[in-house]
Design a protein around this ligand. Structure first.
Ligand code: ZN
Length: 252
């Protein structure tokens, strides 16, 4: 049930036919795991918390540094040196004290992922390296939890939704170019444009909200080039020999 304060606060989104009171009540009961609290995670958290998603599990072992501030919009100069998980939790709590926020101040290793996924309805991969990305994809697929994967480096960003069990839907490991240098390069080495990574993080929140509200999403790979100012989308065929999702459909 929504309170009077909820009607006032969320009035503009309650007006949307796809959203409404039922959608708002559903969001209040969802738990979202956000892995990586950098340039992607910051705007994603702001929009998920803003929308009234009831439970957020925030995971990052890093501390805030001065070089984060151009794009990691949750943090202030006074928080340089603090753990990102606690600093992000402080932002969410100040924004809406009714949300349930867990701050986990360590990096998500493959061994820890099953525990982090417990009780979670949706995962946002906002990490910044390919090895972790693949581990998250595999763990979510195994657990049957939808995943919104985002990445950005230089002027380029990309995102895709991975829905385990959706007919013919590919997963992150189906991408034919895991060694793609554009993906493999890290922001630390190649630089990154703040509004590009911020746009991808914002759109991860949008896709996550759509998934939780039951609004259709596609399973394509979306790439944005901020220098050319162009979006491209690629249909991703399910790789039959994919080590994560290949053959799973037949096995079910
Ligand atoms: Zn796959």
């Amino acid at each position: 049930m929504l309170s009077d304060a909820d009607y006032l606060r969320f009035g503009r989104q309650l007006l949307l036919p796809e959203w409404g009171e039922a959608g708002q009540a559903a969001l209040a009961n969802k738990r979202v795991l956000i892995l990586g609290l950098g340039g992607l995670g910051c705007p994603a958290i702001q929009y998920l918390a803003g929308a009234g998603v009831g439970r957020l599990r925030l995971v990052d072992g890093d501390t805030v540094s001065l070089s984060n501030l151009p794009r990691q919009t949750l943090y202030s100069p006074a928080q340089v040196g603090q753990g990102k998980a606690q600093a992000a939790k402080a932002w969410v709590t100040a924004h809406n004290g009714r949300l349930d926020v867990e701050a986990i101040d360590r990096m998500a290793t493959p061994a820890q992922l099953p525990a982090l996924l417990k009780g979670v309805d949706l995962v946002l991969d906002c990490t910044d390296n390919l090895t972790t990305r693949h581990a998250i994809n595999a763990a979510c697929y195994r657990a049957g939890i939808p995943l919104v994967s985002g990445a950005a480096v230089g002027w380029q960003g990309q995102l895709m939704v991975i829905e385990p069990g959706a007919p013919d839907a590919a997963c992150f490991a189906c991408l034919s170019d895991p060694a793609d240098e554009a993906q493999a390069a890290s922001c630390r080495e190649a630089g990154v444009v703040g509004p590009v990574v911020g746009s991808v993080g914002t759109l991860q929140a949008l896709l996550g909200l759509k998934l939780m509200l039951g609004v259709a999403v596609d399973n394509q790979l979306h790439r944005f080039d901020g220098r050319q100012f162009q979006w491209q989308r690629f249909a991703l065929p399910k790789a039959q020999d994919c080590p994560v999702c290949g053959g799973l459909k037949e096995a079910r």
